[in-house]
Write a protein that binds this ligand. Structure first.
Ligand SMILES: *Cc1c(COP(=O)(O)O)cnc(C)c1O
Length: 458
């Protein structure tokens, strides 16, 4: 008999969650203006909105919380975190921040000016937000294969080296302060970047004298995929792979709420002292003194411990196999899901699920609302609402992909929860032809509208 996969941990504490019925949910989502961010968490049964800050900390992380040093300056927690970051990433300089977007705010304040161009592989929404807020532009150089959800490619997060080279050579180089590599690439579906790609981007960046910054939220999951899919790395440890990945970069921004398995936190890692000093000024202004940067001592302790746990092979194998467990159930039933499966989430291809809904009516959002009403499952739209309007023309940007992301929190749900999720999605798949119309926008914010958008049913 085949041996099924078993988790590399057991459960010590539980939190009750509540079921509801379809009638209740129809009422709640209407009151939430058909925006899943507006729901109360107790109106959700299985919450796959995000894997950000929603993971379960370990007994060791909770123990570290009790050892936190809350000194304003020079806390032992700061030094514990600094030593973990340097050991794992190799960056000699670091600044703590309260979360990932704060790291972007601080670093971009030091690096980006109006009119700049920032190439990368499908920038994350807050990253793009912080670029566009500074009247600079994010240029997407992801490989084309990333946008075909049916294509089997091991590293759909890769930067297209030819697109990047063309971009670098056809623009004034002083307007390109950095290249941002997002690993794994969230916007293209939690897809990894290969070590070869890191190496090639770094080589090109050096040739043009441009910095490489890694948007690192899921760096450890990326390293796992390198180990599994890139032959030369099969016998390397996750930590060795992580070190090499970062060796190709000048700096990193980190949302610790992902692969460092804490509920809140972030940081910047840097190689260059001068840039560190420049960024420190903004850190003090926006986040706090450089030895805490918006984090409590106890949170820095839990984060240091989380960095070690998050880069263990057994943990990552459990994590990525659980995500694939959900993916395989959906795929077997014919539900169109992105393939290969991402590291942190399963992405449903909403254009292929609901081809009859016009793109102007927000296809992925329509499906996400339907899954909520069906089973109390909260996913998130990665489609036209998220893509926002073009900052110049103010027209809706219609992305190539309309996805519903089901993000799996770390060490939080059991496979039975995911079985429940799959069964409900398959029920919606079987009645998909009855869903004919979507939504129109009643209210939207001028930037990052997806968080607060209000919709009306058509
Ligand atoms: C989550 C995330 C961010 C932003 O981090 P927050 O902690 O949510 O502010 C930036 N980049 C990527 C790739 C992320 O996944």
């Amino acid at each position: 008999m085949n041996i099924p996969f078993a988790e590399s941990y057991k459960i010590k504490m539980v939190e009750p969650i509540r079921r509801s019925n379809c009638n209740e949910r129809e009422q709640w989502i209407k009151e939430a203006k058909y925006n899943l961010f507006n729901l109360q968490s107790n109106q959700v049964f299985v919450d796959l909105l995000t894997d950000s800050g929603t993971g379960a900390m370990s007994d060791r992380q909770w123990s570290e919380m009790m050892l936190g040093d809350e000194s304003y300056a020079g806390a032992s927690s700061y030094y514990k975190l600094k030593s973990a970051i340097t050991e794992i990433t190799g960056f000699p300089y670091f600044l703590p921040t309260h979360q990932g977007r704060a790291a972007e705010n601080v670093l971009f304040s030091a690096l980006i000016k109006e009119g700049d161009l920032i190439p990368g592989n499908s920038h994350f929404d807050t990253t793009k937000g912080h670029i566009e807020f500074r009247k600079a532009k994010a240029i997407d150089c992801t490989i084309d294969e990333a946008f075909d959800t049916t294509l089997d490619h091991p590293f759909k997060g890769n930067v297209d080296i030819r697109k990047l080279e063309k971009m670098l050579s056809s623009n004034p180089i002083e307007r390109i302060p950095m290249i941002i590599i997002t690993a794994t690439c969230n916007s293209s579906g939690g897809q990894p970047v290969s070590m070869q790609n890191f190496r090639e981007v770094s080589k090109l960046a050096k040739k043009f004298g441009v910095k490489v910054i890694i948007d690192s939220a899921r760096f450890a999951e990326n390293a796992y995929f390198i180990k599994i899919r890139e032959k030369e790395y099969a016998n390397h440890s996750i930590r060795e792979i992580v070190k090499e990945m970062f060796s190709y970069a000048d700096g990193m921004t980190m949302s610790s709420k992902k692969d460092a398995i804490v509920n809140m936190g972030g940081f910047i890692g840097l190689r260059d002292q001068e840039l560190f000093q420049k960024a420190s000024v903004f850190n003090i202004m926006f986040e706090g003194f450089i030895t805490y940067g918006g984090m409590s001592g106890r949170d820095m302790n839990a984060l240091a411990q989380g960095l070690y746990e998050g880069t263990e092979f057994d943990y990552l194998e459990t994590r990525i196999n659980q995500v694939a467990f959900l993916g395989e159930m959906l795929k077997a039933a014919g539900v169109p899901v992105q393939y290969p499966f991402g590291g942190h989430a399963i992405f449903i291809d909403a254009k292929r699920f609901l081809p009859q809904v016009p793109k102007e009516q927000f296809i992925a959002q329509t499906l996400a609302v339907e899954l909520y009403i069906e089973g109390g499952i909260r996913g998130v739209e990665i489609g036209t609402i998220l893509a926002d309007r073009d900052p110049e023309t103010r027209e809706n940007r219609f992305p190539d992909l309309e996805l519903v992301r089901l993000a799996i929190p770390r060490r939080t749900y059991t496979n039975n929860h995911l079985h429940y999720v799959a069964a409900h999605i398959i029920n919606v798949w079987e009645r998909r032809n009855d869903i004919k119309t979507g939504y129109s926008i009643h209210y939207e914010a001028p930037i990052m509208r997806h968080f607060t958008v209000e919709l009306e049913k058509i």
